[in-house]
Design a protein around this ligand. Structure first.
Ligand code: SF4
Length: 329
C-alpha cells in the first residue's frame, strides 16, 4: 500500500450463492465482483465506470464494510477493514460515508431535516440537543440550504435540494472518505452542475477523498483523476483518467466513449456502439467477459481470460489484443 493511499482493495471477490436448483445440480453463484485490485489516494476523486448491473455498487458496499467479501481484502487508512471487530470496526467505518443515487428513497419521509441530518450524531452519541441543532444549521449552510429548512420534510424539497440534505447527512461526522453512488443520475439535468460543484467545493474545504460511481463518462472525465472501467464484475481498463480518455485501448472503453453524445456535428468519425445485453453474472463467459459483445473476439478470447497489459506508465487494460501493449502477466 503506497504512502498516499487511503483505500486499498486487494484481489477482492464478492460472490452470492444462487438459491434453488435441483439437489444434484452444481450450486451456482453470482460473480458480482471478481478479482478487483486498486488504490484510492488521499484527496483524489476516483471514478468507477460501467453499465448498470456490472457490480459497481456491490464493490462500493464491500469497500464500505457493508458487504463482506468472499475473498480478498479492503484496507482503509492502512488497516484491514474486515479483520477489525466491534468498536474498532465501527470507529473506522464512521470515517466512510455514502451519498445515494435516489435522494428521495434514501431520506426517511417522516423525519424532518433536523432528524435526518443529526441522525449520525445521535447514533454516535456524545452530542447535546443544542449541539446537534447548531451543527445541523452549519451543515445546511455548507450545502446551500438554511436554518429555515430545519423542520421541513423531504417531500417539501426539489430533487436537487434533497440531494443537498443527503450530502449534509453524509458529511455530518467529518468523514475522510465518501462514496458518491451516481449522485446526480436521478436528478434533473439542470441541477447536475450545481451538485457536482458543491461536491467539489466540499472536497476542497474538508479534504475528503471520493469514490465516484457513474455511467456518465463526461462527468468522470471532468472530476476524476483516476478511473476503472468495469464490466460484469471485472476491471477492463484502469489508470489516470486523462490517459484513458486520450488513448482508450480496451474495446469496451472505446465503445463507451463512442456512446457519449457528441455535440460536434462535423465529427464524421465512425462510432462503434456496443450491441446486445450484459450477460448473466451467474454464468459469465469463460474467457474474456466481454467476448459475447466484442467485435474483435476470437476463439482465444472465448476460452482464455486476458492478461493484464501495460498500455503506458500507470495505464493498464485486460485484453488479448491490446495493440502495442506490453504484457504484465
Ligand atoms: Fe475483445 Fe478479445 Fe480483447 Fe476481450 S480479449 S476485449 S473479446 S479482443
Amino acid at each position: 500500500m503506497s504512502d498516499k493511499a487511503l483505500v486499498r482493495v486487494e484481489h477482492l471477490n464478492v460472490f452470492f450463492p444462487v438459491r434453488g436448483g435441483l439437489p444434484f445440480e452444481k450450486k451456482k453463484q453470482v460473480e458480482a465482483v471478481c478479482d478487483m485490485t486498486f488504490e484510492i489516494r488521499q484527496g483524489e476523486t476516483f471514478g468507477l465506470i460501467g453499465e448498470s448491473g456490472c457490480g459497481k455498487t456491490t464493490l462500493a458496499n464491500a469497500i464500505l464494510g457493508m458487504r463482506p467479501p468472499t475473498s480478498g481484502k479492503v484496507f482503509f487508512k492502512g488497516q484491514d477493514l474486515y479483520a477489525l471487530k466491534g468498536k474498532d470496526f465501527k470507529a473506522l467505518r464512521r470515517d466512510m460515508q455514502m451519498i445515494f443515487q435516489d435522494p428521495l428513497s434514501s431520506l426517511n419521509p417522516r423525519f424532518d431535516v433536523l432528524d435526518i441530518i443529526s441522525e449520525p450524531m445521535q447514533i454516535r452519541g456524545g452530542f447535546s440537543e443544542e449541539e446537534m441543532e447548531a451543527r445541523t444549521v452549519e451543515l445546511l449552510e455548507m450545502v446551500g440550504l438554511s436554518k429555515e429548512d430545519l423542520h421541513r420534510h423531504p417531500s417539501d424539497f426539489s430533487g436537487g435540494q434533497r440531494q443537498r440534505i443527503g450530502i449534509a447527512r453524509a458529511i455530518s461526522l467529518h468523514p475522510a472518505f465518501l462514496v458518491c453512488d451516481e449522485p446526480v443520475s436521478a436528478l434533473d439535468v439542470s441541477v447536475h452542475a450545481q451538485i457536482l460543484n458543491l461536491l467539489m467545493r466540499l472536497q476542497k474545504e474538508l479534504g475528503m477523498t471520493y469514490l465516484f460511481i457513474s455511467h456518465n463518462l463526461a462527468v468522470v472525465k471532468s472530476i476524476c483523476s483516476h478511473m476503472i472501467v468495469m464490466y460484469l464484475g471485472k476491471a477492463m481498463e484502469w489508470g489516470p483518467t486523462d490517459k484513458i480518455y486520450k488513448n482508450p485501448v480496451h474495446p469496451y472503453t472505446r465503445a463507451l466513449l463512442d456512446a457519449v453524445l457528441d455535440i460536434d456535428v462535423d465529427n464524421k468519425k465512425e462510432k462503434k456502439l456496443i450491441q446486445g445485453e450484459l450477460p448473466s453474472p451467474i454464468d459469465p463467459p469463460k474467457g474474456c467477459r466481454f467476448c459475447t459483445r466484442c467485435e474483435y473476439a476470437t476463439e482465444k478470447c472465448r476460452t482464455e481470460a486476458p492478461p493484464t497489459v501495460k498500455v503506458e506508465p500507470g495505464h493498464y487494460c485486460a485484453c488479448h489484443f491490446a495493440e502495442g501493449c506490453v504484457s504484465e502477466a
